[in-house]
Design a protein around this ligand. Structure first.
Ligand code: FA5
Length: 345
């Protein structure tokens, strides 16, 4: 039999056999059988030695054509097998549209984030900008530039974790006041609120946490007064707790404000009559505030003869507790999903 005939026969045989192949595994076997090193062509190639030099190029050409044709059959069959596998899979995995769907939970903002967002919105509505500062703060901004020099006894009210002698976990959001005033190059008016985490060496109980959140407010201008502070806080209290709410200012002490006040809101539960939530007083304390001390303005480059300001700092957890009747501050941080789920909006 001539070489050409053998090649044609081999090609025809391969075509028939490859058509019968049903899996990728069998296809690989067929490839090895026809095109592999020790496959069907190995025999034919051994005939090469009996050919004359003139016959060899034609032989090579024919062999290559046969190999290309067989590779073509293998490729065609692979397409058929792949399609078959996909169809089989689709049939197996067909979706029963009548089955109930799998439920998966969609997360929502934590209640503290919701309260912060609400407070931010209400102050943005009054023309305030939202600023942020670092949680690891320098002593100079957390205390010194707020009129609390080293060894000042009022530092005891806010003990904290020191990272070095000069860096600490900030004890309040008030250093953002300093940062904003220092950064304001033209020393013009300021109207900001600053939400963020703060840290203190306080023992945890129902109303105290060693880590909590505050929102600072600072307004600096040429004509700000205590009346502006009171009006601003009354508007905020009514928005947060309802139109019927009143506020009360009690004299207090903060080194960075003079005069200083504690601000109480009339109890939303008893409308000021006295109940267990307000401990019978009719009022609930929500924040500290005051007129910015001249030393604080001067320490950040402001001319205290030209500028005045008011500032306030509120505890976000306490506001959330009042708004939603939560009786233990630790509930915010223990991550009990039953507690968190109650505030899905
Ligand atoms: C301050 O932190 C002042 N920086 C606030 C301020 C700013 C006054 C600007 C004047 C001008 P005080 O320590 O009172 O003040 O804290 C403010 C609020 O944070 C409190 O009214 C309370 O709501 C909350 N707070 C204080 N300590 C804790 C604590 N351990 N756990 C939870 N909330 C707290």
């Amino acid at each position: 039999m001539s070489v050409k005939q053998r090649l044609l026969e081999l090609q025809e045989h391969a075509k028939e056999q490859i058509k019968l192949v049903k899996s990728i595994h069998e296809l690989n076997d067929a490839k090895a059988k026809y095109l592999g090193k020790k496959g069907a062509f190995a025999d034919i190639m051994s005939m090469m030695k009996d050919l004359t030099n003139e016959e060899r190029p034609a032989f090579g050409k024919l062999t290559n054509e046969a190999k290309v044709a067989i590779q073509g059959y293998l490729d065609e069959q692979k397409i058929i097998i792949d399609e078959f596998i996909i169809n089989e899979q689709l049939e197996k995995e067909s979706i029963d549209v009548s089955m109930p769907g799998k439920k998966f939970e969609v997360g929502k903002k934590h209640i503290l984030t919701q309260v912060i967002n609400e407070i931010e919105d209400l102050f943005i509505g009054m023309g305030y900008e939202v600023m942020e500062g670092p949680e690891v703060e320098i002593d100079e901004y957390n205390f010194e530039k707020l009129n609390l020099p080293k060894n000042h006894p009022a530092r005891d009210m806010q003990d904290t974790f020191y990272i070095t002698d000069e860096t600490l976990l900030r004890t309040h959001t008030s250093p953002v006041q300093v940062r904003t005033m220092l950064a304001n190059e033209n020393k013009g008016p300021i109207k900001i609120i600053c939400p963020g985490k703060v840290f203190r060496r306080d023992d945890d109980d129902a109303t105290h946490s060693h880590q909590f959140m505050q929102i600072e407010g600072l307004v600096v201008d040429e004509t700000t007064s205590m009346a502006d502070l009171k009006g601003t806080l009354l508007a905020a209290a009514k928005k947060l707790f309802g139109e019927k709410r009143e506020i009360r200012l009690r004299p207090s002490y903060f080194p960075f404000t003079e005069p200083s006040v504690e601000v109480d809101v009339s109890c939303h539960n008893c409308n000021g009559k006295g109940c267990n939530i307000c401990k019978g007083t009719g009022w609930i304390e929500v924040l500290g505030a005051g007129i910015v001390n001249d030393n604080v303005l001067e320490a950040s480059g402001y001319d205290s003869k030209k500028y005045q300001g008011f500032a306030f700092g509120m505890g976000v957890e306490r506001i959330a507790m009042l708004k939603y009747g939560i009786n233990d501050i630790r509930s915010f941080y223990t991550n009990d999903i039953r507690f968190i789920k109650q505030f899905k909006k």
